[in-house]
Write a protein that binds this ligand. Sequence first.
Ligand code: KG4
Ligand code: ZN
Length: 355
Amino acid sequence: MLVLGIESSCDETAAALVDDLGRVHADVIHSQVALHAPYGGVVPELASRDHLRNIAPVVRASLACAGIALKDIDGVAVTNRPGLVGALLVGVQAAKGIAWATGKPIVGVDHLMGHVLSAFLRRGDSDNPLPRYPYVCLLASGGHTAIYRVDEPRANAIRELGATRDDAAGEAFDKVAKLVGLAYPGGPRVDEFAARGQATRIKLSAPMASPSSLEMSFSGIKTQVAQIVARAPHREPDADRAVWVADVCAAFQAAVTGVLARKVIEAATQQRVNDVVLGGGVAANRELRRRVSELGAERGIRVLLPSPGSCTDNGAMIAYAGATRLARGERDGWDLVVASRTALERRTRKGRGKR
Ligand code: KG4
Ligand code: ZN
């Protein structure tokens, strides 16, 4: 079964062709990073307009890349939640048009479900091991951060074990990057700078470090960094500053990835499951990948890391998640709607409890 996956929930217009075994036949992404960079964040109206311009070329490019025509696909999967409503609408309308014109079935996919299942993707001729159900997934992206127990690839078979009470981990990376003057989007830049810095030169306390709770919080550490930046003496753009920025990035990244790694491995231990997978843009972070792998090896837990390109937003994860729905015989109708919120379970309440 070959599925066309379409993604337009935020600032990437993406289309991919993936089969029901997770093999990626094509994966095309048009990034809007340059468009939003001057504003330091995604501007919803600009995002929708740019998706409109790029959706058809991106779909055509994915078909050309796989060397097939629309008539060769077995179904269309499209992100219909969560995300920016105007942006989601562009992908959903395009998908409906394709499904109508070709007579193929259409299924809506929850974007978070795409991230949770992204470890099933196989790119090129790689035969990376696949997760076995049930597994524990740490999903850390720009909009969401949660730890799930995944029993099956269905929204109602996915249980939230803990999530952030405030900011998402990716949001914290982006805000810290902005505070120290790194370009948007900051996550990958913090990753680069941190590799050159020394985490121990800047003192930061780890956010909600108690492993007994799987809940998380990332707004406090962002405030700590803001205070350090405000107190910093020399802050002219010079070589010294680059060293200092690297140290701040290293300290911040060590604190955040340390907590994420401990909590996801603890979750797997508590749940007595053998497999841990990562998903979402922050799962591309090299230190997070290293720490989770290391802790997993210590505790006898298998850690499966999607390739960095499968972690950040892409159409392939949507196509694969859609393939699991189509394989069960599920179909959506022309009344498929978009929603700004996820369909996955949410237990952790924002702002709850003592920090
Ligand atoms: O999953 P994603 O592409 O989009 C959302 O669904 O939000 O995640 C984007 C987030 C951004 O906050 C970005 O800065 C962060 O993931 N990110 C990273 C890295 N690559 C992307 N954060 C840390 N290290 C990275 N290498
Ligand atoms: Zn995402």
